[in-house]
Design a protein around this ligand. Structure first.
Ligand SMILES: CC(C)(COP(=O)(O)OP(=O)(O)OC[C@H]1O[C@@H](n2cnc3c(N)ncnc32)[C@H](O)[C@@H]1OP(=O)(O)O)[C@@H](O)C(=O)NCCC(=O)NCCS
Length: 226
């Protein structure tokens, strides 16, 4: 009985901590959302790059296809990655992510299959959710989608969280993004109510535009024991 009644209290407490952290971040007016995570550190990349089998189209999981390698992006690859992602994000956006990496706001990773740059994801050791690894800016190049690359990237980030002894992986997703299904399939669960998520889009002509998206928070627990 006692354990049951403690649960809602724990959830409330957790949401309170989250709301307080958000309020602190909002004080940093004018910061693009991609930079609004404080207290994150580049971290060491351990045994990156990682290698995971890619399933071929129509093949069950784990076929003997090519491997998805997740590793740090090199600066000279930004143009090629933007091209592979069909300009979404733009090259300017990726350059901004690079700058954010330099000041410790994210680690900018690239997924590679047989030498082709097929996707990207960013991670940071956020304090938005204590002891969590934040997964964000996940994109797979359009021709490579629906082959398990997105799932492979997410799983590799979860492994990285475990390696860093982070008990949760945290992400934010637009309420109408079909990627929610992918995250749910991979064990992420919705946390709290939708919220307006502001961020800045960097355009190739040098302009920036503010984007506001109704988003959800999702969290996946990481088993730290082997
Ligand atoms: C989301 C995304 C990274 C998935 O990559 P992927 O390599 O196709 O992923 P997988 O092959 O492992 O899994 C496919 C899943 O993508 C999701 N998906 C399908 N179409 C999608 C779309 N147009 N947009 C977003 N997600 C989609 C589905 O959940 C699908 O899962 P299902 O097979 O259970 O239906 C990719 O669709 C993408 O880059 N979308 C645009 C950017 C984006 O929305 N990123 C997520 C931000 S939170």
């Amino acid at each position: 009985m006692e354990r049951q009644s403690a649960r809602p209290r724990r959830t409330l407490c957790f949401l309170f901590v989250l709301a307080r952290a958000e309020a602190q971040h909002s004080v940093r007016a004018g910061w693009p959302a991609e930079r609004r995570i404080s207290g994150c550190f580049p971290g060491d990349m351990g045994d990156y790059p990682r290698h995971v089998q890619l399933k071929h189209k129509g093949e069950p999981d784990g076929g003997d296809g090519a491997q998805v390698v997740l590793r740090r992006l090199r600066h000279e690859e930004i143009g090629a990655l933007a091209q592979s992602l069909a300009g979404d994000p733009t090259e300017a956006q990726l350059e901004n992510r690079w700058r954010e990496q330099q000041v410790g706001f994210r680690e900018l990773l690239v997924a590679e299959v047989d030498g082709a740059l097929v996707g990207t994801v960013s991670i940071s050791e956020t304090e938005l959710l204590p002891r969590a690894l934040h997964l964000f800016a996940l994109e797979v190049a359009p021709p490579w989608r629906n082959r398990g690359i997105g799932a492979s990237i997410v799983r590799q980030v979860v492994s990285e969280a475990k390696r860093r002894r982070r008990g949760r992986v945290y992400l934010e997703v637009r309420v109408d993004n079909p990627a929610r299904r992918l995250y749910h399939r991979l064990g992420f669960r919705r946390l709290g109510e939708p919220f307006v998520n502001p961020w800045w889009r960097y355009l190739d002509d040098g302009r920036q535009e503010r984007v506001e998206e109704l988003s959800l928070r999702m969290v996946r627990r990481v088993t730290l024991r082997d």
